[in-house]
Design a binder for this molecule. Structure first.
Ligand code: DGT
Ligand code: CA
Ligand code: CA
Ligand code: ZN
Length: 596
């Protein structure tokens, strides 16, 4: 069992306990354990073999260790199951509505027996929520908006959940060994979309496939333990539902049609339709088996995607670009971007340490980053207004800067930027005094409050932050949380133009719940001449691995290495940032952010 699976069960238990009115200490202990498990690099299933190792983890006592053992042994947890007898499983969906927490869910259950998003929507439509303490007419309106958002996105899962699930499915299928040639994920996952509807796999049987061989392959796959229901079982296709709710489609295809099938099942549908139109205009037909002459009497190409593109007089088009948003026209003109890759990344410019809400120390983060081969990182703990994350005030920020300087000497081999994720206040001013901003090597700014301002006010607020001479990077620029929270409403083009004017870089936050800027906005940033930085917003060393999702999103935004400042070597990176304001005081102990 993976850490995240155990963490999910503990997290749900915490939520159900809170809804059930348990005391804070009780549900917080589950929540803390869940957070810990999803952030540590060690494999808990291994650790749990030795009780002392498990209980040496911070916040894991004998009691919690016992619960973890139970989850590992049974795949579920009795308290969670007991609570789910009392409340419908759909009650947890209500929590994905923005602005509704466990306390409100508990209240709605007590008063109306509302146990699903539909129940809550009905109450809101009937105007029954406005008179409850803590709700009101405005909340009712917001709930209806949130319901609409929920229904639009329901059934889809985040890219990281889909990626991890796909890896487990593929690993299981690979146990077939010599019976298969290959197994490849296709569909929206291969295109790196931020949310995934279902997983699509292509399996190529070894040798000349007989129906018997395909049946044997499918028989093996259908024994994958997490399957909860088989949805379809045909000659060359099976579909099933996993216990985590994801649907999986698997198709068996002969080796000779590998490229055609991969092209077809990778999609997008819109890209396929456009390619088929092009094929027809050239006197061909294109389907999942081959590119053929119009009457289908001769196969022109089928083995690799590249061959098919070539016959259509196009260079190879990367999966992330296949959305029919101009990639075919660009390919025709030889104007496709040379997309950024994970290997291009040389540093990570947003992360948190134990000084605010991170799990690891400055040294631990620095060593892990150095081991990844990074040349530089910025340590960006929260500033004081973000009290829930134990944000740092001026005094603590100055102390943190000192610690970062010392850690840099101790760790060696990597440049550490003393930085801060400075909160943008409601009026657009920054949350730290200028004297302290001047001491920082890099100033990141972002919003964590008043996210529902009117469009004009929000635009002005962000513009004011960009105009602040200390601002260098605008972090998670739209504040959206995938499947949870809509982006702030503001004039993105105006903001991008201000970024270009002032040399402010925009972030592509790689955390899979954010991916912010999203693909289309990254493309817009590039068109408007604004540079991008891809950062993980790591809250532990394990999160450095999330960089891949940021890079994938950047690829979907057509970005090349030269569009992204953290692909640059140290010196060039620093010169790509907005210069710091000239200093007036002469007593400063600050050091200019130089490459040395
Ligand atoms: P998803 O699962 O909603 O995240 O998105 P996809 O793109 O994975 O869509 P899915 O799973 O329905 O189908 C996988 C691929 O199969 C899709 O990207 C393109 C291809 N495909 C599916 N249906 C059609 C169709 O009606 N026409 C064409 N040309 N291609 C299709
Ligand atoms: Ca799919
Ligand atoms: Ca599918
Ligand atoms: Zn933040």
């Amino acid at each position: 069992m993976e850490n995240r699976d155990i963490a999910r069960i503990l997290h749900e238990t915490a939520l159900l306990l809170e809804i059930d009115g348990a005391i804070i200490g009780r549900y917080r202990s589950y929540e803390k354990a869940a957070e810990l498990l999803s952030s540590i690099p060690e494999h808990v299933e291994e650790l749990a073999k030795d009780r002392a190792k498990l209980t040496s983890l911070p916040g894991i006592g004998e009691g919690m260790a016992g619960h973890i053992d139970e989850i590992l042994a049974t795949g579920d947890y009795s308290l969670r199951k007991k609570l789910l007898k009392k409340y419908p499983a759909t009650i947890l969906d209500i929590l994905s509505l923005q602005g509704i927490g466990p306390k409100k869910v508990a209240l709605l259950w007590k008063k109306f027996k509302a146990g699903s998003v539909e129940d809550v929507a009905k109450l809101a439509r009937e105007g029954k929520l406005r008179d409850i303490a803590g709700f009101g007419e405005k909340t009712e309106e917001n709930i209806l908006k949130a319901v609409e958002f929920f229904q639009r996105s329901s059934g889809r899962v985040r890219l990281d959940v889909a990626t991890n699930t796909a890896a487990e499915v593929a690993e299981y299928i690979r146990k077939l060994g010599g019976k298969i040639e290959s197994v490849t994920p296709a569909g929206s996952l291969r295109r790196g979309k931020e949310t995934i509807g279902d997983l699509d796999f292509l399996v190529i049987p070894a040798g000349r496939p007989t129906q018997k061989a395909i049946d044997a392959i499918f028989d093996h796959i259908l024994k994958f333990p997490p399957i909860q229901q088989v949805l379809a079982h045909g000659e060359n296709k099976i579909s099933f539902l996993l216990t985590n709710g994801m649907q999986v489609d698997v198709r068996a295809i002969a080796e000779e049609s590998h490229g055609a099938a991969l092209l077809y099942f990778t999609g997008s549908k819109e890209h396929n339709v456009a390619l088929r139109g092009r094929a027809n205009a050239m006197g061909y037909t294109l389907n999942e088996y081959a590119l053929s002459t119009l009457k289908g009497e001769r196969h022109v190409a089928s083995k690799t995607e590249a061959e098919i593109y070539a016959k259509l007089k196009l260079p190879y088009i990367e999966p992330e670009l296949r959305e029919n948003t101009g990639e075919i026209e660009a390919a025709e003109k030889g104007a496709l971007p040379k997309l950024i890759t994970l290997d291009d990344i040389r540093g990570d410019l947003q992360m948190h340490t134990t000084a605010s809400d991170g799990h690891n120390s400055i040294e631990e983060m620095a060593e892990a980053a150095r081991d990844l081969g990074y040349e530089y990182i910025a340590l960006t703990d929260h500033s004081k207004s973000v009290t829930v994350a134990n944000g740092l005030d001026e005094k603590r920020t100055l102390a943190q800067i000192k610690k970062i300087r010392e850690a840099e000497k101790r760790v060696g081999g990597i440049r550490l930027f003393a930085s801060s994720e400075v909160d943008i206040l409601k009026d657009g001013s920054l949350d730290l005094h200028d004297d302290v901003l001047a001491e920082l090597d890099i100033v990141l700014v972002s919003i964590h409050s008043y996210m529902n301002l009117e469009r004009a006010e929000m635009t002005d607020r962000i513009l004011a932050a960009i105009e602040n001479p200390y601002t260098q990077i605008l972090a998670h620029p739209t504040g959206r949380l995938i499947l949870k929270r809509e982006p702030y409403d503001y004039d993105i083009e105006k903001v991008l133009d201000a970024c270009r004017k002032h040399g402010v870089v925009v972030e592509c936050n790689a955390a899979p719940e954010r991916l912010d800027f999203r693909d289309a906005n990254l493309r817009l940033a590039k068109q408007r001449g604004v540079k991008v930085v891809i950062s993980t917003d790591a809250h532990s060393t394990a999160h450095f691995d999330l960089m891949k999702y940021g890079v994938q999103t950047a690829r979907r935004g057509w970005l090349e290495a030269h569009d992204v400042v953290n692909t640059f070597p140290l010196k060039k990176f620093l010169s790509a940032l907005r210069p710091k304001p000239a200093r007036s005081g002469e007593h400063s102990t600050a050091r200019k952010a130089t490459a040395r």
